[in-house]
Design a protein around this ligand. Structure first.
Ligand SMILES: [Zn+2]
Ligand SMILES: [Zn+2]
Length: 249
């Protein structure tokens, strides 16, 4: 048995306008499996509309799936909200929907927002403008995720566009998160050197895949027992943090 399992906790589906229309459950899961990625997190911008389809499809693959949203806060910061079940993800989706501006997507300009079933068939389109900021603060997004048993993870914290550190300049003390994500364009070591306040914090890296080719291009190694642990996402995130700090990550 493998000692460690590769986790790519930031992968978009065809519901994200900026992601490929082929980012559907069978193709995404098959790609992850072939590349030896044992755990993925599937998120879309301000929506978890394809969460159920991915969880259902995952039963046919040797890939564990967390599902959820990549919420854009009022400050313009991206935060992953990952769950281990479709119900919690849908509940978070509904809560976030109440904080969207209520504009419509422009598919010709921004891209398609495709809803799919477990087999990858298109079952509809989301007409809402998803690629935009909500009226929720970073603190609120993290708290709402935790209330529903999910793990909140500030996404690509090093990135100029929508990354926590360039946008806010610091990790707000009121934000309760277990781990933070560095983009695939910077190593954990580089991030710690640039932002010394990250020294004590557990950091993960993910691909932020928008196309099949991106899947697994950046991964975090998770111990095999944790990879298989059947515990709620929030608890899993706590264990992941302990795992990373124990490993010096
Ligand atoms: Zn993002
Ligand atoms: Zn993303």
């Amino acid at each position: 048995m493998a000692v460690c399992v590769a986790a790519d906790l930031h992968v978009h589906s065809a519901l994200s306008p900026c992601a490929g229309d082929d980012m559907r459950p069978p193709a995404v899961l098959l790609t992850a499996e072939r590349r030896g990625v044992g755990i993925i997190g599937v998120v879309d911008h301000n929506s978890a509309g394809n969460a159920g389809a991915f969880l259902e499809a995952a039963r046919a693959f040797a890939v564990r799936v967390f599902v959820g949203l990549e919420v854009e806060s009022a400050e313009g910061v991206h935060i992953l909200a990952l769950f281990d079940n479709a119900e919690a993800a849908a509940d978070m989706d509904a809560a976030v929907a109440a904080h969207l501006p209520g504009w419509r997507n422009q598919p010709d300009v921004l891209g398609n927002q495709i809803l799919v079933d477990a087999f990858g068939n298109e079952i509809g389109c989301d007409d809402r403008l998803l690629l935009t900021a909500t009226s929720l603060t970073v603190e609120q997004v993290a708290a709402m995720t935790r209330e529903r048993g999910g793990m909140p993870i500030p996404a690509h914290i090093d990135r100029e566009l929508a990354g926590l550190l360039p946008v806010l300049g610091f990790v707000p003390p009121g934000v309760s998160v277990e781990v933070l994500e560095v983009s695939r364009h910077m190593s954990v070591r580089e991030a710690r050197a640039r932002w010394p306040e990250l020294e004590e914090l557990p950091l993960i890296v993910s691909s932020d895949a928008h196309c099949l080719d991106d899947i697994g291009t950046a991964v975090t190694w998770v111990s095999a027992p944790l990879a298989a642990a059947e515990i709620p996402a929030l608890e899993w995130g706590r264990c992941l943090a302990a795992n990373l700090l124990g490993a010096g990550g």
